[in-house]
Design a protein around this ligand. Structure first.
Ligand code: ZN
Length: 258
C-alpha cells in the first residue's frame, strides 16, 4: 500500500493512496472492501470506522463523472447496484472513493481549501472522450473551486515504455490534436529477416500519463500540483496488469475524508 499523506503534508483526516496485489478489488470480491478498510485502520487513527462508506462505480471506460452530495447519497448504496461512471467526487466526510484499475490510469484529486476530493479512471477511451474536461467542469463548475489549489495524483498505470498501440489509435488522437503526436513513439518491427520495416505493422508506444498531464495543464491545473508517482503496473509485479495476464483482478486507488 502507498499512503500519500506525508508526501503532501496532509493530516490523517484525509486517507489517500493506492493498494496493490494484496487487495484484489475486482467487483465480485466484496470481502476485499473490508480488507481495505482494515488496512486503512492500521495506518490511520480513525474514530468511527463503521461510518466509512466505500463509494465505487461500475467503470465502463466512459466519460461520466458523478458527485456524491446529500441529495444523491441513495444512488450510491450497494443495494441499488453500482452506477455506470468513471469518476466520482464529493465534499462529504466518510466516503472512501475507490477506483479499480489494471493498466488504465487512476487519478486522485484533492482541493487544499475546501477538501473536496475526487477519483477517476482514465484509460485511452476516457481520455479521448474528454473525461478530464468533465472532471474539470465538476471541480470548477459544480463545486466552484479554483483549480490552482487542486492536487492531482497520477497513480500506478501503464507507462510509455510498455503501452503499445496500433496505428488507428494514433490516428484517432492526432485527429483531435496534431500535437498529441508527441505522446506516440513509432516502433519499427523487425521481421525474421533483417531490419525489414513494414509500415503496415508499425506499432506505437503511447505515453498516456504524459498526455493526461499535458491535458491537465491545458485545463488550468498547476504543474507543481500534478504529481506522477511514476509507477508502471505492467513492469512492477506488485500490481495487476490486464495486458500482461488477461486478469480480472484489479488494484484499488482510494481517497476519503474520514
Ligand atoms: Zn512500464
Amino acid at each position: 500500500m502507498i499512503f500519500l499523506n506525508k508526501k503532501f503534508n496532509i493530516n490523517d483526516n484525509l486517507v489517500f493512496g493506492f493498494g496493490d496485489k494484496k487487495i484484489d478489488f475486482q467487483t465480485k470480491n466484496i470481502n476485499e472492501r473490508f480488507n481495505l478498510l482494515k488496512e486503512i485502520k492500521l495506518n490511520y487513527s480513525i474514530k468511527n470506522a463503521n461510518d466509512i462508506n466505500i463509494a465505487e462505480l461500475n467503470q465502463v471506460h466512459g466519460n461520466t463523472v458523478l458527485s456524491i452530495e446529500e441529495q444523491d447519497i441513495k444512488k450510491f448504496s450497494r443495494k441499488s447496484g453500482l452506477c455506470d461512471a468513471d469518476g466520482i467526487f464529493t465534499s462529504l466526510k466518510n466516503y472512501l472513493l475507490c477506483i479499480k484499475t489494471a493498466d488504465c490510469i487512476p487519478l486522485l484529486f484533492y482541493d487544499k481549501i475546501s477538501e473536496t476530493i475526487g477519483a477517476i479512471h482514465c484509460g485511452w477511451r476516457g481520455t479521448y472522450n474528454d473525461i478530464l474536461i468533465n472532471a474539470k467542469n465538476m471541480l470548477a463548475g459544480y463545486y466552484n473551486l479554483n483549480l490552482e489549489n487542486i492536487i492531482v495524483v497520477i497513480g500506478p498505470g501503464i507507462c510509455k515504455n510498455c503501452y503499445t498501440v496500433k496505428e488507428d489509435l494514433y490516428q484517432k488522437f492526432i485527429n483531435i490534436n496534431i500535437n498529441y503526436k508527441n505522446y506516440f513513439k513509432a516502433r519499427q518491427i523487425n521481421t525474421k529477416n533483417y531490419n525489414y520495416i513494414s509500415e503496415k505493422f508499425e506499432e506505437y508506444l503511447f505515453d498516456l500519463k504524459g498526455l493526461i498531464s499535458d491535458i491537465l495543464l491545458t485545463l488550468g491545473f498547476r504543474k507543481e500540483n500534478i504529481y506522477n508517482i511514476n509507477l508502471c503496473n505492467y513492469e512492477n509485479d506488485n500490481y495487476f496488469s490486464y495486458r500482461k495476464n488477461k486478469t480480472d483482478s484489479r488494484f484499488v486507488s482510494f481517497i476519503g475524508k474520514l
